[in-house]
Ligand binder design. Structure first.
Ligand code: KIV
Ligand code: NA
Length: 272
C-alpha cells in the first residue's frame, strides 16, 4: 500500500507521467477514488454541486472544514488539498495565513488552494515561507465571476500574455502546482512549457502535467449544466432517478416491501 504523496512529490512530477486528480466532498466518494488519484481536492465547487448555491461565493470556512474532515477519513493513499473559500484570504497575507492554518489544522489537508495570479503572489509567498504548501489557480477563477463577467474562456488573444504572467508569478512565489481553468489549449501548453511547477488542467490541454475534474460532473450526478470541458464517464444521476422512480411505483402498488424484506413472528432461537 503506497502512502500519500507530499506537495513536494507532486512538484517533482513536473514533466513526468500525468498527475490524476478529482474533487471530493464526502467520505465514500473519497474512498472510491483514493487508489486512483495522486491528489484529491475538496473544492469550493461543493457549494454548487452539493449545497445548491448558484456560485461559489457563498461557501464558508465551516463548509470547507466539514467536507474536508469527511474527505480526510476516506483517504489513505492520495494527498488532500482544500480550497480556501471566497473572502478567507484576499484581504491580507495575515488573514490568508490564519485561515489556511485553520484549514490545515482542522481538516488534516496537506495543502490549500487559492485563486489568483500576480495579485496573489505576495500572499502565496507569505504562506509558503510559513509552512503552508499552496496550489494556485489561474485562468477562469470562479470566485471572481462578478468581475470577470461570466464563465468564459480566459487568456484568448492578447490576454494570453497576462495569463502567462499570472502562472509565472505564482510559480516564482513558491506554489507547488497551479490549476489552469478554461484557457485555450495552445496557451496551456505554452504555460506548461514556461513554468517549473506542474500545471493541472481543467478545460485546458492534454499536454498539462495533470488533469482535474469535478467528480459530480464526470459521474453525471450534477446535471444542472455541463461545461464543454466536462466528459461524463457515467450517468449516475439518471440511474439514481430511475431507482427512485421504481421505488415510488412499487410502494404505491404495494409491491415493496416483498416477502423477503419483512419479518415473521418470533421463532425459537431467532433474534431480531
Ligand atoms: O472547486 C473546484 O472544484 C475547483 C476545481 C474545478 C479545480 O477549484
Ligand atoms: Na475551487
Amino acid at each position: 500500500r503506497k502512502t500519500a504523496p507530499l506537495p513536494e512529490d507532486i512538484r517533482a512530477r513536473k514533466g513526468g507521467a500525468p498527475l490524476v486528480s478529482l474533487t471530493a466532498y464526502t467520505t465514500p466518494m473519497a474512498q472510491l477514488m483514493d487508489a486512483h488519484c495522486d491528489f484529491v481536492l475538496v473544492g469550493d465547487s461543493v457549494g454548487m454541486v452539493l449545497h445548491g448555491l448558484e456560485s461559489t461565493l457563498g461557501v464558508t470556512m465551516e463548509m470547507m472544514i466539514l467536507h474536508g474532515r469527511a474527505v480526510r477519513r476516506g483517504l489513505a493513499q492520495a494527498m488532500m488539498v482544500v480550497d480556501m473559500p471566497f473572502g478567507s484570504y484576499e484581504e491580507s497575507p495575515e488573514q490568508a495565513f490564519r485561515n489556511a492554518a485553520r484549514l490545515m489544522a482542522e481538516t488534516g489537508c496537506a495543502a490549500v488552494k487559492l485563486e489568483g495570479g500576480v495579485q496573489m503572489a505576495g500572499t502565496i509567498a507569505f504562506l509558503v515561507k510559513r509552512g503552508i504548501p499552496v496550489m494556485a489557480h489561474v485562468g477562469l477563477t470562479p470566485q471572481s465571476i462578478n468581475t470577470l463577467g461570466g464563465y468564459k474562456v480566459q487568456g484568448r488573444g492578447a490576454a494570453g500574455d497576462r495569463l502567462m504572467a499570472d502562472a509565472v508569478a505564482v510559480a516564482e512565489a513558491g506554489a507547488f502546482a497551479v490549476v489552469l481553468e478554461k484557457v485555450p489549449a495552445a496557451l496551456a501548453d505554452r504555460v506548461t512549457a514556461g513554468i517549473a511547477i506542474p500545471t493541472i488542467g481543467i478545460g485546458a490541454s492534454a499536454g498539462c502535467d495533470g488533469q482535474i475534474l469535478v467528480v459530480d460532473d464526470m459521474l453525471g450526478l450534477f446535471t444542472a449544466f455541463k461545461p464543454k470541458f466536462v466528459k461524463r464517464y457515467a450517468t449516475l444521476g439518471d440511474q439514481a432517478e430511475a431507482a427512485v422512480a421504481a421505488y415510488a411505483e412499487e410502494v404505491r402498488s404495494r409491491r415493496f416491501p416483498a416477502a423477503e424484506h419483512v419479518f415473521a413472528d418470533a421463532r425459537p432461537g431467532e433474534g431480531a
